[in-house]
Structures are given as C-alpha cells and as structure tokens.
Design a protein around this ligand. Structure first.
Ligand code: UDP
Length: 504
C-alpha cells in the first residue's frame, strides 16, 4: 500500500455501526456527544443506503442537528446475500435471516476501504480514527492497513458485553456433563460465585459448538475487537462498577463509559416530571401518535401504568401473547402494550384480532392502550403515570427505563438480554423475571404475580424497594452527564483528548 501521511492534522472520525436500530441510533448519539465536547471534528457515519436514509430521517428530527456529521452510503444489495430485497437491517427480519445479515455486513468491507482511500486522496491524511461496532470488528484490520487507530463501540452495557464476549469465545456451557437445561456454569472473567444458567442463553447459543455459523461469526468479530485500541461503552461507571471490573479485566483494554447516550431532555430534572415530547430518536414510524399516548397517560394516577414492549425487532409467540393478554386483563392494571405480529408471522404484516383473546380490546376499554408496531417509548417512560416496564431488556430500553427510575419486568429474548436481566436482578435489584425466550410457557397467573410485585401490591414491599433502587440509579445516571463533574462527562472528555493527542 502507498505510504500515506499520518493523521498529522486530521480531525475526521469515521463511524461504522452495525445494521440495527439499537446500534444505529446510539452511534448517532455518540457522534452528537463527541461534537458537543469538541466541535472541531468532522464525523462520517458509514452504512448501507437504507440505514443511511434512516439515520437521515432520525437526524432531521433533532433540534439543530450538527452540520459536521456526514452520512455516507456504501453500495449494498441484500438479495446478493440470500436476504429479501431491501433488507438492510434487523428490522422486520425473521430470526433465521438475521445470521445472514451478520455475514452480509462484512460485504461492506471492500467499499469501506474504497471510501477511506477517497478520504485520503481528498484530505491528504488518513482519518484520525475509526470507531466501529463490536459486530463490525473487521474495521480493525482496515484501520491497521491504513495506519490509523480503531476503537470498538459496544452499544450494550459492560456486564452484558463481558458475558456476551466471554460466552461466545469460550462456550463454557459446552463443558456441562449432560448439557441439561437447568445446569449452571461459570463464565471466564466472572467470579466463580457468579453462576450463569443455560436457560439464560438463546437456543442458537445453547447449540453452538464453535463450528456453527453463529459461533464462527461472533468468535471472529469478537477476537478482532480485542485488538482495537480501546472500547467505548454505552454505560455509566457509577451504575456498573462490577460489570466494568469484569469487562476491563477480560478484554485488557482501556474502556471509556460514555453513556447514557440518550436525548439530553431525558436527563434533566427529576424523573416522572412529564418531560413532554422528547422527540423520536428514530424518525417517524408507523404507530401511535405521541400526543395520544401522553393524553392517555395523563388520565391515570402516578406510577400506575405498566408499559410493555419487546424492542425494535423482537416479538413473542402467539400462545405467549394470548396468555400475556389474559394476565393483563385479570390484573386490572392500566397498560400500554406495543404489539407486533407473533413469531412465525410476517413481521411487517397487519395486526390480526385472533392473536388476542376474543373481544379483548373492547373489554379492556380504558384499562389498556394497545399500540400496533411502534410507540413513543421515551415519552412513555418519562411520564409520571408509568410505574413499570415489561421489557426484553435490550440495553437501550434498560438505560431509558432506569434513567427515569422505572423498575422492570424482564423477559429476555435474544442477544445479551439474558445477561442484562441477570444483572438487573442480582446486582441492581430493580427487576423481576417473568420468563425468557419464545418457547417458554407462561400462565396468566405468572403475569399477574410479577405485576403485583413490581407495582408494589405485595405485602413484602418488594416493589417499593425496587422502585427506590431504580430511582437511585436514575439519579446517578442523570448526574453522570453533569458538565465537568459527571463520570460520563469526564470519560468523554478523556476520550476526546486521547484521540486529539494523536496529532498534538
Ligand atoms: N423503541 C421505540 N418504540 C417502540 C419500540 C422500540 O421507541 O415501540 C426504541 C426504544 O426506545 C429503544 C430502541 O427502540 O431506543 C430499542 O433498543 P433496545 O436496545 O432496547 O432493543 P433492540 O431493539 O436493539 O432489541
């Protein structure tokens, strides 16, 4: 390769998120936060055309979006990779297609190299650094080949990231004598006393043997990420001390905790203070209008409403949906439930009444608001009437909920969500588990039981303790971004000066 100048005066940061809403939006927030700290950078966020359009719509929603952010499309054709046409992110993809998207994402490598070469030709220096998603760690080799540095950004929490990386790299559950479903195992990097359960693993991980397509992809990408120059983590040092200790010991790289990457409006003032319209982070989507949700929430007492959502891409089975509906109805708890077609149905298809008990929506009347496909989650979590969140515990949802002091009911479905739930229960004491996965059987009584606990209707007062702990965590999360004083503010400042020191 031709000799190129070191980044003597480059202020150009390149960002490469994975192709999923839960990754694209935190990358955009990261770019905005870096520019808040120091506006001298130019930041190019690079991805496939549809994801770039999606980011364009998300950024146009912001109050004065920074002009230093450039959104760059690289050619990508999902049908070349056995995916349906225009399938450029996990949204609406059936589970067995998601692994194809992971492999397809590596096809961006060649146009990505072309893009870096173009920058060098235009600017006369290599970019200052490449910040890549932990699932896109091939960017580490690209950075090395061009003579620049690479940072890995994990959009997950520290505990979940450490467990995810170590379980994939070591497959510790494979050593269990009978591979039985109820066996517990320890995870390299975690203390021996911290036992993990096979039930916390997604079926593809339970079955992984190091040779299957999931293991091959994740083991390769995680191994590459361990050669990056450091990690950025969307978490808060003050709430994840244990997870961070494990992560730092395990990856043996600097870790900057620069989270929570949330709209600043959510991090101001007290929780439950009715922030009003926070503004969608993801641009306009089909679903309920935020104003309608707020109006509905306004008509309920403080901390009385249960919000139910399984994130941007996951769903549950038809039988689980039926039983969840029965439990909700019998609990007489006010709720907002974001419903998507159950497993096995077209994720982009229309809602069918037969997925819910006969006459459900008529009977519940004012008790519940059933929302099809997409709800204004931030507005709901910021509202004083929201008392608990039944969630798959994707990391963005966890941070959004805790930042507002809202305790959770956990129902992990994929990725590192099972580890997040373990931490929320065992380390933080802010979550009660309903079930996990899409194959489990739930009964309406289980649903009622966890609602009673989290909304503090049981005699043991467990819900009150969860609420208090969630509220304390919310305070720490909001304090973390305080200018000059907060731990996340300081971490971001340190990261920015680290990258700038490359040319000072
Ligand atoms: N989200 C939303 N409305 C919905 C569902 C999801 O606004 O109806 C947003 C939510 O606020 C969060 C993101 O989508 O920011 C989901 O990210 P998370 O990490 O929780 O889960 P994932 O979708 O990655 O599984």
């Amino acid at each position: 390769m031709e000799e190129v100048a070191p980044p003597a005066n480059s202020r150009h940061i390149i960002m490469l998120p994975f192709m999923a809403q839960g990754h694209l939006i935190p990358f955009l927030e990261l770019a905005i936060q870096i520019l808040h700290h120091n506006p001298i950078f130019t930041i190019s966020i690079v991805n496939s055309p549809l994801n770039i359009n999606y980011l364009r719509s998300a950024i146009s929603n912001r109050p004065s979006p920074p002009t230093q952010i450039h959104l760059i499309s690289l050619p990508f054709h999902s049908s070349d990779h056995g995916l349906p046409p225009n399938s450029e992110n996990t949204d609406g993809l059936a589970f067995n297609q998601i692994i194809k998207l992971f492999y397809a994402s590596t096809a961006l490598q060649s146009p990505f190299c072309g893009f870096i070469s173009d920058i060098i030709a235009k600017e006369g220096t290599v970019p200052l650094c490449i910040i890549s998603d932990s699932f896109m760690s091939w960017a580490n080799e690209v950075a090395r080949s061009f003579g620049t540095v690479n940072y890995t950004f994990t959009t997950c929490g520290a505990y979940g990231t450490a467990a995810y990386a170590s379980v994939w790299l070591n497959l510790p559950h494979r050593n269990l004598a009978d591979g039985g479903n109820h066996d517990e195992f320890s995870v390299p990097g975690f203390p021996e006393s911290c036992r993990f359960s096979v039930m916390q693993l997604h079926p593809y991980l339970r079955a992984a043997d190091g040779e299957d397509e999931w293991s091959r992809f994740f083991q390769h990408q995680i191994s590459l990420s361990l050669h990056s120059d450091g990690w950025l983590c969307n978490t808060v040092e003050d709430i994840e001390a244990f997870g961070l200790e494990v992560l730092r010991n395990y990856i043996k790289l600097p870790v900057w905790c620069i989270g929570p990457l949330l709209p600043s409006k959510m991090l101001k003032g007290n929780t439950g203070s009715d922030t009003g319209l926070v503004g969608s982070r993801s641009g306009k989507r089909p679903g309920v209008e935020p104003e309608k949700c707020i109006e509905w929430l306004d008509s309920h007492p403080p901390r009385s409403v249960l919000y139910i959502s399984f994130g941007s891409q996951n769903t549950i089975s038809e039988t689980q949906m039926m039983e969840l509906a029965r439990g909700l109805e019998e609990s007489k708890t006010p709720f907002i439930w974001v419903i998507r077609p159950p497993i096995g149905f077209d994720p982009k298809g229309e809602f069918r009444t037969e997925w819910l008990p006969l006459g459900f929506e008529d009977r519940i009347g004012k008790q519940g608001l059933v929302v099809h496909k997409w709800a204004p989650q931030l507005e709901i979590l910021c509202h004083r009437s929201t008392g608990a969140f039944l969630s798959h515990c994707g990391w963005n949802s966890v941070l959004e909920s805790l930042s507002q002091g809202v305790p959770l009911i956990g129902w992990p479905l994929a990725a590192e969500q099972g580890y997040n739930v373990k931490m929320l229960v065992e380390e933080m004491g802010v979550c009660v588990v309903l079930t996990s996965g899409v194959h489990s059987r739930i009964e309406k009584e289980d649903v009622r039981r966890v609602i009673e606990v989290v909304l503090n209707r049981t005699e043991d007062g467990k819900g009150e303790v969860m609420r208090r702990k969630a509220s304390e965590l919310g305070e720490r999360i909001r304090a973390s971004v305080e200018i000059e004083k907060g731990c996340s503010y300081k971490a971001m400042k340190d990261f920015v000066s680290t990258i700038l020191s490359r040319f000072q």
